[in-house]
Design a binder for this molecule. Sequence first.
Ligand SMILES: [Mn+2]
Length: 319
Amino acid sequence: MRAGFGQFRDATPEYLRFAAQYGATDVLLNGPNLPSTGGIWKLHDLVKLRLAVESFGLNLSAIENVPTWFYDDIMLNGPRRDQQIEHMIITIRNMARAGIPVFGYNWMPSMVWRTEPELIRCGAVATAFDDDEAQKLPLTHGREYGEEEMWGNLEYWIRIITPIAEEEGIRLGIHPCDPPVPALGGVPQLLRSFEAYRRLIEIYPSDSNAIEFCQGTFSEMQGDDIYEMIRYFGERRKILYVHFRNVSGQVPKFHEEFINTGYVDMYKAMTIYHEVGFDGFFIDDHVPQTFEDTAWGHRGRAFANGYIQAMIEAVTKGA
Ligand SMILES: [Mn+2]
């Protein structure tokens, strides 16, 4: 188990030096700003990203997210679906051939939703969500989409892309829909429960059909047990990497928290990853905004990453 930094877009010397200085081994780039011709990322651009990360003694362990417009018609069965699938196949093949072993993406046509932020300890600013407020907002994609309709779109994609990913030796995983409520803006938040993830991995059983395990979002799932989900998917080798963050509670209403002040016992969680033999990396995902921190949150992230490093040490030394 290893500690990483992620959630920055570009492989700049500043971010990479920061990650290396704090003792990370792994880097995840989220939605890198690469030139795209009609929704394709080119092989040589992806190779250059990996080389930039490696020049700081770090591993480019995953890319998280391509622009939503690369595959929105795949999620919603729009008119450009087949063309987008063709382009995504090329991009995913290029990632694999560039030596990037994992691609994490999401199934949220409307992205992550939050309502008014909340002030937590001593005025630190945390994102928050209240479904009563969110449900007052208008449709995002012109109409209401059906639950089984959306499952059909997901199944169509998974059955096409998984064997291609297997052939290329790249593992794919989907981030849960955050917040995990039934629908937002008329679009079902499909991957919002333990049950939905069991259904996803059964569509096409394969190491290449896996999970971008945002522990924060899994912790937000109403009525589901976070420790049981870590154990279940961890034992099945479905967890590609972990967003190790904490929240106050489950939907319909929650706010984000410092890594060690949410409702989840992070030591207990880390112990389970260790017990099931998880051998990937952890990043902080998001952190509360504190005094004079940067927009990206260097201070908050250094705190969270140090906590992750200490937790890994504690469980692997059998403390
Ligand atoms: Mn996440």
